[in-house]
Design a protein around this ligand. Sequence first.
Ligand SMILES: Nc1ncnc2c1ncn2[C@@H]1O[C@H](COP(=O)(O)OP(=O)(O)OP(=O)(O)O)[C@@H](O)[C@H]1O
Ligand SMILES: [Mg+2]
Length: 522
Amino acid sequence: MKTFAEFGLEPKVLQAITELGFEESTPIQSKAIPIALTGTDLIGQAQTGTGKTAAFGIPLVNKIPVTEERIVALIMTPTRELAIQVSEEIGKLTRYKGLRSLPIYGGQEIGRQIRALKKKPQIIIGTPGRLLDHINRKTIRLDDVQTVVLDEADEMLDMGFMEDITSILKLVPENRHTMLFSATMPPNIQRLAQQFLKNPEHVSVIPTQVTAPLIDQAYIEVHERQKFDALSRLLDMESPELAIIFGRTKRRVDELSEALQKRGYSADGLHGDLSQNQRDNVMRKFRDGSIDVLVATDVAARGLDVSGVSHVINFDLPQDPESYVHRIGRTGRAGKEGTAWSFVTPREIDHLHFIEKVTRQKIAKKPLPSIAEAIEGKQRVTAERILEFVENDAINEFKAIAIQLLDQYDSVNLLASAIKLITGEKKDVNIELTPEDPIRAKKRKPDVRTSGRRFSGGNFGSGNRPGSSGPRGRSDSGSRGGYGGRSSASGSSTGGYNRDRDSKPRTEGRSEPRRPRPSSNE
Ligand SMILES: Nc1ncnc2c1ncn2[C@@H]1O[C@H](COP(=O)(O)OP(=O)(O)OP(=O)(O)O)[C@@H](O)[C@H]1O
Ligand SMILES: [Mg+2]
């Protein structure tokens, strides 16, 4: 894999990349960056968590002169959280160069955005609805835009943004440089590309399996009413560092996060009916580790990059295979390993097979964790926490009472009681969730676009065997396909996150046709 120095980037951009801790380029970066630097339109597809943001961000930042005072680059994302996150990453890449980038998204006070626009940002990252709002108010002009990026373009279409995207792109000069990126390439993306890109190069780093190879996937067959117990056992057994749990509807997310809190888990919920402030708060808490379980609708499925997410749990199966791929892709990012579990009710087994078929990936069946496994997991975590204290913390002030207690009581009984107390068993709290209907198996029409071809072969796939030369293949190289990870200089990624999509019916888990108009809360 190429080092970043080989691309002939400006020293200040290179310096920022080094600061981020990126040692080598990822496969999609090493393919896409040279093409993007020449100004050729491109369609980039690579597995989740493999650095697509920097693949378009680096060439973008490299080519804009610091003296520029107009908006010359426009990046569109489907959700608010993603707009913020991408803006932060662009901000980091341009740290030394000193370009200005600005996220523009619904839910944030427009006056604040208008004031920020007066500082003449060169790069705007926005969700389509709010962008149009600014365009209509004439607070954003696109006459000078030279580069357009559509991140998660298929998702924007699914959310019903086609019309908005079309109106926006009509205002951008035609001789622009356009790039489109996603981990999955469902059929509608090809139509979009035909319409808006000029002789694009297809750059794809997809072996036969579209899901990232470092994600260990499994499912558990459970009845709807057993799901909550299964979840708490699973959380106890696995003790995730950070976990994202996907629920089908906003109501589900509310009920589930409340139930988890009642049972003593440090959880909170994220969906599109929360205010922007609440959404930002939840994401901030999740990023800084003050909660370790994020319960979310598909609003959190795309693009979100939170370091430390070790587990994704599909409490409800997603409707589409693409959604499955993006959801589980919140873990196993940037060369780290991750685990994805899905709960499947007996009536949804066919739907699971459909997901397996389209993603060309077998998902292993595992038994429901037993109570014993759950207890053991919880106790193990408590014991680890205690041992950390023994090693690292100042505990002198507690030693007198410890000696006194040990004098009077049996040491094993004492420690066992302490562990019980710390473990915080709250299993007696009764939990009832409103049942969700099972997802019905939805077969795609057997036309050219079906049968998993979109994920491999054809225009988009390299046809490699899994692990042979795919990104981060864990098989032979040890370097994980050039993903050297990042040095500690990088710090953890920060930023806000929210996405606009779950204001629409599709995310709320009905098997209706897609593409309702996005609601005004965008
Ligand atoms: N060359 C690199 N070396 C190490 N880490 C990297 C490199 N490039 C990107 N990263 C980090 O990898 C993580 C994932 O990157 P990014 O969010 O761009 O993935 P993505 O391909 O867009 O995923 P998704 O399909 O989920 O949107 C980020 O934390 C990013 O900072
Ligand atoms: Mg991305």
